[in-house]
Design a protein around this ligand. Structure first.
Ligand code: SAH
Length: 396
């Protein structure tokens, strides 16, 4: 017998984005629902003219349905396994899995891999899952089985870390826990450099994998420079700067725990190296007084805007920190500046940085325009998936 899914019918004219394969249904687009609705349920979405548009996970919130299929289907184990398999095949094309110098990468990037609501990062045998929808959380057993089958011996453990990211927690009472295997050696390799990752207690899934390529670029420019890595977290940029022959490297983060992680990771790669110092400090305070101290500065702040409502404030934040950097960086300095706020567009970010440059009155050239790496793919029908924006600027 065919499964019965609750039907959601959209208002007239609100079907266009789904017809263009955009995977989100916003609450304001819904005309009527037919049947019971519990968070995590699969629902079928129809246009006002009774055309089938897609099947997806229902969730209370502004994004009400996340589409997992644009054709009629009853998702069974093979359906999910095939999605995981395709995500892995794509990573293999990129060279992950064969590269001895990199054993940390993103295996599933939500909408970018046709799996909205699901992130899976791979840390040298441990897959760390982060769910953003109850629907994905409910099928965690299926996902683990699929991961084990697809990855085989490569997979030693699966850790589910979704308590902080899951909406609508009340009904499901999630826990962060190993779904298979057990806690393993937390050391991973990225471009031959060692990092100790604390996926259980760390931010996000433990490491900002999305800056891998941009860190290499810092390495490229670091030779003989005095480097400031602001918002350093695990010290990724600092370690690459040292590898690139920096004269000195200062890592700054407001979190003392992040500073401990940075010192630990620097020690793993460059024991007893006096070029590095780390400081627990607030960025806005620290940046007040760095006149002529640095000729390579990295600004990689947390998402200043998590929602559209805080966009203006976020843009002011970007403008403020970048103005401080432009005003004080040495002549001939290089500024790496980033925004990971999904709601701040590339253009808006660029305008904020341009305003900051103008306030400082410096002559500034764009060396590179950066984004997220290929293991964080952007689904062409879901431009919101391009969240990481960066500019590398040469300040005369
Ligand atoms: N660049 C890092 C990721 C940065 S995440 C990497 O490559 O891994 C953002 C970091 O900013 C977090 O570690 C957080 O502790 C820190 N942070 C947040 N607010 C801050 C502030 N006001 N001043 C300094 N650091 C801050």
């Amino acid at each position: 017998m065919a499964a019965e899914y609750t039907r959601i019918v959209l208002k007239s004219g609100k079907d266009q984005s789904l017809k263009r394969f955009h995977p989100w249904v916003f609450s304001g687009a819904i005309k009527k629902t037919y049947g019971p609705l519990n968070e995590g349920d699969l629902v079928e979405v129809f246009s006002n003219k009774d055309e089938f548009l897609g099947l997806g996970h229902y969730q209370v919130g502004s994004i009400t349905v996340r589409i997992i299929s644009f054709v009629k289907t009853e998702p069974d184990y093979d359906f999910w396994k095939s999605k995981i398999q395709k995500a892995w095949e794509y990573r293999k094309v990129l060279g992950f899995g064969q590269n001895e110098k990199i054993n940390v990468f993103r295996l599933v990037h939500a909408e970018g891999d046709g799996l909205p609501g699901l992130i899976i990062d791979f840390y040298n045998g441990t897959a760390v899952m982060q769910m953003h929808s109850v629907g994905m959380y409910m099928i965690r057993g299926i996902l683990v089985k699929a991961l084990r089958e697809v990855l085989g011996d490569r997979l030693k453990a699966v850790y589910n870390k979704s308590v902080k990211t899951l909406p609508g927690k009340a009904a499901i009472e999630p826990e962060d826990e190993y779904l298979c295997g057990e806690k393993a050696e937390p050391e991973v390799l990225e471009n031959g450099l060692k990092f100790n990752i604390d996926w259980e207690a760390g931010q996000k899934t433990g490491f900002f994998i999305d800056q891998r390529e941009n860190r290499l670029l810092v390495q490229h420019y670091a030779e003989n420079r005095d480097v400031l890595n602001m918002f350093g977290y695990t010290g990724g940029f600092s370690i690459y700067a040292m590898q690139g022959g920096a004269k000195s490297v200062h890592s700054v983060d407001a979190s003392a725990k992040a500073i401990d992680l940075t010192n630990e990771n620097v020690g793993l790669n460059f024991p007893e190296d006096s070029r590095h110092e780390a400081f627990t400090a607030d960025a806005f305070e620290y940046l007040k007084d760095i006149q002529d101290k640095y000729d390579l500065i990295i600004l990689d702040p947390p998402a200043f805007a998590k929602h559209r409502s805080s966009m203006h404030q976020a843009l002011q934040g970007y403008k403020r920190i970048n103005t401080r950097a432009f005003e004080q960086i040495r002549n001939g300095g290089i500024l790496f500046t980033f925004s990971c706020s999904q709601v701040v567009s590339r253009d808006r970010f660029r305008e904020a940085v341009f305003s900051a440059a103008a306030i400082s009155g410096r002559t500034v050239r764009i060396l590179h325009q950066l984004t997220q790496p290929f293991d964080h793919p952007v689904n062409i029908y879901h431009p919101e998936g391009e969240y990481l924006k960066g500019l590398v600027l040469y300040v005369e």
